[in-house]
Write a protein that binds this ligand. Structure first.
Ligand code: ADE
Length: 225
């Protein structure tokens, strides 16, 4: 799968996508990520990418021309499954959307800054708007990293144990059950004996019960949606 990311801060994105599972996915050739510095498409001597809002008000808006030039160039090179704008007023991101995006081939992510991008770019190009939560970030870069990571790890062959993505929290609208490792007794806390029993069917049943109980306690909304 290929991601193109339009950003004013490529250096902010380079590092989070170059470690651990994401780096392994890239090394295996399963994931490619290209960062495109919007500043290179900025206007005039100062490579300007933003301007004052029509109608007044604090905060700058990202201009149409640099974005349009870069998006047109990228669209001439690839066909995108979605052109995604990261914005706090977008669709609330969740595992279901990550699953769906992981079936695609090429995604274009647009990171906003300041007050955001001119509405006309959204109208003209953007096919999906995503928010990663009800809070405002300084720019879309961290949100873009969240999308690449959550989608990238779902690509076949990226995780060592391919079934492990299937048992993540949210995969069946359930939170994950508690997990334990050695030692079997730590301080005065013992691992639930069932997990040491070797009885696979009972262990699986226990995990399902725990996942359901945890979801009821912490996220009952997941069970009613
Ligand atoms: N840009 C700024 N805040 C954001 C958020 N919460 N989600 C996605 N993109 C953003």
């Amino acid at each position: 799968m290929h991601f193109d990311i339009i950003t004013l801060l490529p250096e902010l994105l380079a590092s989070p996508l170059s470690h651990s599972i994401m780096q392994r996915a890239k090394d295996k050739g399963l994931l490619t990520v290209e960062l495109h510095d919007l500043r290179e498409y900025g206007m005039g001597k100062h490579r300007q990418v933003d301007d004052y809002q029509f109608g007044g008000g604090a905060g700058m808006v990202m201009r149409c021309e640099p974005l349009a030039e870069l998006i047109d160039k990228l669209k001439s090179e690839r066909t995108y499954d979605e052109i995604i704008y990261l914005t706090p007023d977008g669709e609330q991101y969740a595992q279901r959307r990550a699953n769906r995006l992981s079936l695609g081939k090429n995604l274009l992510l647009i990171c906003g800054h300041y007050k955001g991008i001119d509405q006309r770019i959204r109208d003209e190009y953007v096919t999906l708007e995503i928010s990663i939560g009800d809070y405002v970030l300084s720019g879309g870069e961290l949100a873009a990293a969240v999308i690449v990571d959550s989608v990238g790890r779902l690509l076949p062959g990226v995780l060592n144990d391919e079934t492990s993505a299937l048992t993540d929290s949210f995969q069946d609208d359930l939170l994950a059950p508690p997990v334990y490792t050695r030692p079997a007794k730590w301080r005065d806390h013992e691992v639930p004996p069932i997990l040491l029993s070797g009885h696979t069917a009972n262990i699986e049943k226990w995990r399902e019960e725990q996942a359901l109980q945890r979801t009821k306690d912490r996220r009952p909304d997941l069970l009613t949606d």
